[in-house]
Design a protein around this ligand. Sequence first.
Ligand code: SF4
Length: 404
Amino acid sequence: MNVRLEVCPMYSYSKINSYFNCPLMFKYRYVDRVKVERFEGIEAFLGKRVHETLEKLYSDLKRQKVNSASDLRTYYEDRWETKYSDDVRIVKKGFCRDNYLSMGRKYIADYYKKNFPFTSSTTVSLEQKVNLKLDGHSIVGYIDRLAICEKDSAYEIHDYKTSGSLPPQAVLQRDEQLSLYALAVRNMYDDAKKIRVVWHYLAFNKEFGYLRSEKELEDVSNSMIRKIGIIEDAVKEGDFLPNASALCSWCEFQKICPVHKHKFSAENEKSKVYGSGVELVDKYALLKVRQRAITDEMDDVRDALIDYCSKNGMGAVEGGEYVAKVSESKDVKYPRAGDTKRKELEDYLRKANLWDKVVGLDVFALRRVLKETLLDNRVADKIRGFGSEEISHKVSLRKRKEGE
Ligand code: SF4
């Protein structure tokens, strides 16, 4: 792959944001400029058609033409049919193009009803390109609709969202994209003393608007300069790690991305014995599940065998081809690390000058001390008092001998 460590000095909010979503995607797209087959997701397709329809609504309004709700619906459907092709990809399982077509119809109908007769603001421009200069960098962007509010004469930056999720208001209050555009608008118009950013979440028929203060605009300016600095350092260092997330489903670089490429190469690199990489993983996972089930079943049968021998006073049981020998042993266990009794035992051994002999409470050394050292009975009993007797069983199998 031809790596060109240079980056176009022109930025956009989505370009900056893409680095912070996934540095590797940023590298593929803007540094290496990898040419891949790009696909358009149905969500983006729907967004474009809805934007075009609202653009028509306001563009016609500027010429004093008020479209009816049904005019808009027809326009939307025409645009959909003209532009739709089989290349539009539907990622979400269980949905078809008609679901998305209907979603767009609803968004437009709800917006129309809520905002008719569209007199709360005067449209200045639609799809307005802005170009902001920040610390020697250029940031370009497009405002869906720039308007002036009838009530307080604030400049309004309207953004139409067709996303199926509604961000918390705190996220919108901190949003940097529209604040950047607000900075650009302040530079464009001397009378832009008040600037409001407005989101229309069409899927929820909700509108959120916030005035942006001078301090907020200054903060976003500093934040963008800092982010661009981070990106330019990464470009210099060649430091672009993948950041896998839900966004991967819409990433056009999955086939070359180290996180996802196995999904595409597995079919071509079949293992001779078990098949593709995917099949290997599935087989291994299945065997692990079976192994767990077999271990559990073996424990149950072993317990039943021990129980059977115990009830019948037997030490071995003969099967068809094997003999199972069940032996019982008694052992004294001392408190383990973390057990409250353990500290007490350690203190006692130190007090009895036995600590060095048991080498930091090695239980084997402790047993040896109890067995081999001539201890005062009181001391020995006290130490034994910390122990508890446990019975354990051993089950061993051997093949039956001929004639047995
Ligand atoms: S597939 Fe995911 S991890 Fe890989 S480059 Fe794309 S967004 Fe990043």
